[in-house]
Design a protein around this ligand. Structure first.
Ligand code: CMP
Length: 137
């Protein structure tokens, strides 16, 4: 069994997509092992997205990611990292296919509703920014 982190970004929460997104995970048979709503501080957002430091969109990304509440969850399932990457679709909502979360709900590369870890290493790093080990069942 593999684990990953899924974050519903501030745009997804503002637009009332939390239930829809959690429902897609549950219907797929993916298990939720931790779940919380929080607002990331600037520092948390910088740490969460540190692989993008130095890129032209970094400042805007950090501002956006800390602009309002997010819903973060640890998910578990067989090959869940690649399964969820397929379910969310490519980064750019304008190019994401219908049926994916970004394809169905986003028309933007920045405000693309969700984030999911892209590797086990990314998961280990990202989950520590948001959850303490005791919070994960
Ligand atoms: P995410 O999958 O969370 O990873 C990095 C985020 O940066 C991405 O989704 C977008 O929200 C944001 N972003 C903004 N511009 C770009 C870009 N040109 N390329 C990649 N990510 C971008």
């Amino acid at each position: 069994m593999e684990r990953t982190l899924l974050v519903i970004k501030p745009d997804g929460v503002r637009r009332g997509l939390v239930g829809e997104i959690i429902s897609r995970m549950e219907r797929k048979g993916i298990r939720i092992r931790a779940l919380k709503m929080l607002r990331m501080t600037r520092e948390q957002a910088e740490e969460f997205y540190s692989v993008h430091r130095g890129k032209p969109f970094f400042e805007e990304l950090v501002s956006f990611a800390s602009s309002g509440p997010i819903v973060a969850m640890v998910l578990e399932g067989d090959s869940v990292i690649s399964v969820i990457r397929t379910m969310i679709g490519p980064t750019d909502g304008r190019k994401a296919p219908p049926g994916t979360i970004r394809g169905d709900f986003s028309l933007s590369i920045m405000e693309n509703v969700v984030h999911a870890s892209d590797s086990p290493e990314a998961y280990e790093k990202e989950v520590r920014v948001i959850f303490s080990p005791e919070e994960i069942l």
